[in-house]
Design a protein around this ligand. Sequence first.
Ligand code: FAD
Length: 286
Amino acid sequence: MRIRDIFAEKTVFSFEIFPPKKTSPLEIIYKTLDDLRDLKPDFISVTFGAGGSGNGHLACDVASKIKENGITPVLHLPCINYTREEISAVLEELKTRGIENILALRGDINPDVPPKKDFMYASDLISYIRSQGEFDIAGACYPECHPEAASLDEDILNLKKKVMAGADHLITQLFFDNDIFYRFREKVTAAGIDVPIEAGIMPVVNKKQIERMVTKCGASLPQKFVKIMQKYENNPDALRDAGIAYAADQIIDLAASGVDGIHLYTMNNAYVARRISEAVAGVIGV
Ligand code: FAD
């Protein structure tokens, strides 16, 4: 099933997972997938290392497993460290495996890995995928601006290039303040971008995640979020419950505001995905 067709029918509800580390057995993720299957997401996407980590085959294997579980898979595909031949090989593999949905990405630039020159931006990859067959193509977008862009307006102009190259729909970077998403959506619409946008929601349920949020993620942390995290950072059960409730609250507000879809960054935690799915089932129509 192509993802673009689902948006016409309902608010899309999807999950993101990542392949296990090379040193861990693949079965770990298969158990997670068993648990996620019952939640009936519209699709599950699987991340793919931008280069160096060599997890491409693993990601394709996990995508195939998602399909075997009766769920539509989406393979993330970053291009900056891959040649045209390498990307072609992945596309051929996807065709063989019957996987027709791709999240086309540039990937982060690693200062230690000189980029390959065939694809400089996600839009280059999207044009290429378009020329290679009937894939459904998603792109990434950034309500708080991509860190390399000079301004949000410039980033949205570049986003328009991505959509004109053939992106069927978009998935946002995670955010914790819905108002930032609403302002972004208005600007994107004003720029003439009219493809569906799924909101990326990350439940923050443990202390390690909080530390990562504060040092790395760059997302604005609203006062309400900071207060909850400070209060419960040393109480794992309370933090988990508060993080789940915060994400569910965000999703309900987004649904009430007519969001096209919710993409849940599950961090491979099926328990948390289940609790959130149950909390929002009525409003999302799971
Ligand atoms: P692009 O759309 O190419 O944009 C990158 C920068 O270039 C932006 O600043 C943009 O404004 C600018 N730009 C774009 N087009 C042009 C142009 N034509 N001319 C000039 N400037 C331009 N990374 C992974 O490695 N693996 C994953 O699995 C993965 N999954 C992700 C999933 C989601 C939902 C999101 C939001 C991100 C994900 N990423 C992943 C991270 C992503 O690769 C990085 O954020 C990366 O830095 C940008 O990728 P992009 O596809 O948005 O790039």
